[in-house]
Design a protein around this ligand. Structure first.
Ligand code: KG4
Ligand code: ZN
Length: 374
């Protein structure tokens, strides 16, 4: 048998700069992630130009750190290819990763592989290292990718070819978490903080369920109703007069003047989390029923959510399916998952190695399962 391929992977699509060395099969040899979230917390969200400038600083720095680490030094000559996220994401940020990765590959005479960020989240479930052994996921699978920018349910066949079943028709699940967190005065990116606040809620019994609209496609989901209901509850709890300001900025300003009292904030957080999580679980369960022989593979930042993880475990158990979900550090953005996705696309023959001298095309909106834009 030939030696397993080794890939140097680079991720810079949003607000994490990351570099990793990943072996075919998903072993993470070494990785580094530098998050910009503290920087973006000061502005309440990601400003694309600021993110790109930070990647410009951090991607070369992390690359250097990895390659000069003892493990990196021992492996650098064995690298077979460079994998890099070329979409979807912020164009300026993608350009930094793609440019640095292509230049480094060119200097080493190595080929380059464009990787879809959402496929990265899906393939994170294949990762393992000295601290996490995991269980090899099963294909075909129903995939749930839930992040700050995307929410989708896919059916992935054994040969890696996929079909999109549905997803959000408005905000992504993480975006809904972040916007509701902001209403409650929590810093960006509020998902984890909102979940922690929800866990302090005491009024579990008799809580009214926030609305999640059904759409024509049973796998689609809309989170705008949850957001509006949470905003109404927040205004009422804060005692803001009911001629409610419609625009998000006016709403924020009103709630900054009169913040939601802590106990009410915990109730709103719990109700919102329950609504978002339940909506996702219902759609996943429908997909498992419709595709009987599938495993369940979950990824993306929102897959770090405790109630969602527990709910998915219960659904998988009920339908006797293998649930594969990465540890929290590989749910949020990282480069190891990009390496795993590059390996998968290469071994399934869905992507060809490219000459880095020809440059890479990046795309803000490259859909899951579609060939890389050329
Ligand atoms: O995958 P990711 O790191 O970046 C994107 O590709 O978007 O996901 C970030 C998202 C943010 O919206 C963040 O609030 C959310 O994941 N998130 C969570 C939790 N941890 C991160 N949402 C709910 N509960 C969590 N524990
Ligand atoms: Zn992501």
């Amino acid at each position: 048998m030939s030696k397993p391929r080794l890939i140097l992977a680079v991720e810079s699509s949003c607000d994490e700069s990351a570099v990793a060395l990943v072996r075919e099969g998903g072993e993470v040899v070494v990785e580094r992630v530098a998050s910009q979230s503290q920087l973006h917390a000061t502005t309440g969200g990601v400003i694309p130009e600021v993110a790109a400038r930070e990647h410009h600083l951090w991607i070369p720095r992390l690359l250097d750190e990895i390659l000069n680490s003892p493990v990196g030094k021992a492996h650098v000559d064995a690298i077979d290819a460079v994998g890099v996220t070329t979409g979807p994401g912020l164009v300026g940020s993608l350009l930094v990763g793609a440019g640095v990765a292509a230049a480094w590959a060119w200097g080493r005479g190595l080929p380059i592989v464009p990787v879809n960020h959402l496929e990265g989240h899906f393939r994170a479930a294949w990762l393992h290292d000295a601290d996490f052994a995991g269980v090899a996921p099963q294909l075909p699978a129903i995939g749930l990718v839930v992040s700050g920018g995307h929410t989708l349910i896919v059916h992935v066949r054994s040969d890696g070819v996929s079909e999109r079943l549905g997803g959000t028709i408005d905000d992504a699940a993480g975006e809904a978490f972040d916007k509701i967190a902001r209403l409650l005065g929590l810093p960006y990116p509020g998902g984890a903080a909102l979940s922690a606040l929800a866990a302090t809620s005491t009024q579990r019994v008799g809580r009214s369920r926030l609305p999640v609209a059904r759409t024509g496609n049973e796998y689609d989901v809309s989170f705008s109703g949850v957001k509006t209901a949470a905003a109404r509850m927040a205004l009422a709890a804060a005692g803001v007069p009911s001629n409610e300001p419609g625009r998000a900025t006016a709403l924020q300003a009103a709630l900054r003047e009169r913040p939601v009292p802590p106990a009410a904030a915990a109730e709103i957080a719990a109700a919102a989390e329950e609504a978002i999580v339940t909506a996702l679980l219902e759609r996943v369960e429908s997909a498992l029923v419709a595709y009987p022989e599938t495993g369940l593979v979950v990824g993306g930042g929102v897959a770090a959510n405790g109630p969602l993880r527990r709910g998915l475990a219960a659904v998988a158990l009920r339908h006797q399916r293998l649930l594969s979900i990465p540890p929290v550090r590989w749910c949020t953005d990282n480069a190891a998952m990009i390496g795993a996705a590059a390996h998968a696309a290469l071994s399934e023959g869905r992507v060809a190695m490219q000459d880095p001298g020809r440059g890479l095309k990046v795309s803000a909106s490259w859909p899951f399962g579609v060939e890389a834009p050329t």
